[in-house]
Design a protein around this ligand. Structure first.
Ligand SMILES: C[S@@+](CC[C@H](N)C(=O)[O-])C[C@H]1O[C@@H](n2cnc3c(N)ncnc32)[C@H](O)[C@@H]1O
Length: 328
């Protein structure tokens, strides 16, 4: 680094050498030329450089700086997020999500589940891809154990947004029966082929692309959903949770991840549907905790645990919930 901190210097910017060194220190390796240019243009002081380097690095690096980031969440204003809309608006939002995700399943299925896996056409190391699910499902075991839930009493699990079966594979070893539910028929077809090839015969597949299909979901003892609900607009998330958590058998549990605060984000269904072209991509939405807690009350669910899970990087507050439906 140069001796002068550009945060205090009137000359401002970092040299490319400074940035490459900071990158090496924080992230290991070195950035490519385009990345260096982008960072040089967008990092006027050390705090911005640090945020830029850490913000895109993912995983462990985020948590090192989480203390700074948490302050933003503590100071966030009331969210302007519409969650209650008429049925025809819900239909239109669901149809849009179905269209986008079915498209991803046809073009880039593995990338659409974990973006670090390369787009269609490139070779995907499926053994590595499917192995990534193990630890996430072990966290589910850990949450159940912390809450004193007897997991042997949970026979059937519905996984919402099962994708290509990355987590389903591991759930199938824990439950007698797993219902892999997804809005995208292309993901479901791929999951069925991959899990079939791995000898998982206790999984059934359910498309949930409309209010009618959701309403047909059978009852189950465990509801599980990771990095899936977040890709639907807030009214869809609320509706899906309300229908599916409402299907939990007495004594059952719901374990799911969802961003609950994205400070700059607002959602207005009419404005969103007025022009869908900017939304033909992978989007991430939050549903405020206030809405979720009201829903749990309405459905008679007890909250056993809410954990910040750092699932969506430093700028989105993501939580993993464990809720319980008491015996009648
Ligand atoms: C990022 S992938 C994650 C898949 C899987 N949960 C995993 O972690 O391997 C998101 C999945 O959620 C599905 N999805 C998105 N919105 C959904 C919704 N409203 N209902 C059901 N599935 C949905 C997508 O089709 C996709 O398969």
């Amino acid at each position: 680094m140069t001796n002068t901190d550009p945060a205090d210097a009137s000359t401002g910017r970092f040299t490319r050498q400074d940035i490459a060194l900071a990158w090496r220190l924080l992230r290991g390796g070195k950035p490519d030329a385009a990345e260096l240019d982008r960072l040089a243009a967008n990092s006027a002081n050390i705090e911005q450089l640090r945020r830029n380097l850490v913000g895109q690095a993912g995983g462990k690096l985020h948590s090192v700086f989480q203390e700074t980031v948490q302050q933003r969440f503590l100071k966030a204003p009331p969210p302007q997020v519409e969650v209650d809309v008429p049925p025809e608006v819900l239909d239109a939002l669901l149809a849009h999500v179905e269209n986008v995700w079915r498209g991803f399943g046809e073009s880039d299925p593995f990338w659409s589940v974990l973006t670090k896996f390369k787009p269609a056409g490139a070779e995907v190391d499926k053994a590595t891809f499917y192995a990534t699910g193990k630890k996430r499902v072990e966290k589910f075991d850990a949450a159940l154990a912390r809450a004193g839930v007897d997991s042997a009493s949970l026979k059937t699990c519905l996984e919402l947004g099962s994708g290509v079966g990355r987590l389903t594979l591991w759930l199938a070893d824990r439950f007698e029966h797993v219902i892999a539910a997804d809005i995208s028929s292309s993901h479901l077809a791929l999951a069925e082929g991959e899990l079939g090839a791995r000898g998982k015969t206790n999984v059934t597949y359910l498309r949930v692309a409309s209010m009618a299909e959701l309403a047909e979901a059978p009852p189950f003892d465990a509801f599980f959903s990771i990095i899936s609900l977040q890709h639907s607009p807030p009214p869809v998330i609320k509706h899906v949770l309300s229908i599916l958590l409402g299907r939990l058998s007495p004594g059952g549990v719901g374990y799911f991840q969802l961003p609950t605060l994205i400070p700059e984000q607002s959602f207005d269904a009419k404005a969103y549907l007025a022009d869908l072209s900017p939304h033909e991509q992978m989007e991430t939405f939050a549903v405020p905790q206030k809405v979720l807690f009201a829903l749990f009350d309405e459905l008679g669910l007890k909250v056993l645990e809410v954990r910040e899970d750092n699932q969506c990087g430093p700028n989105k507050l993501s939580n993993t919930f464990l809720v319980h439906k008491p015996q009648r």
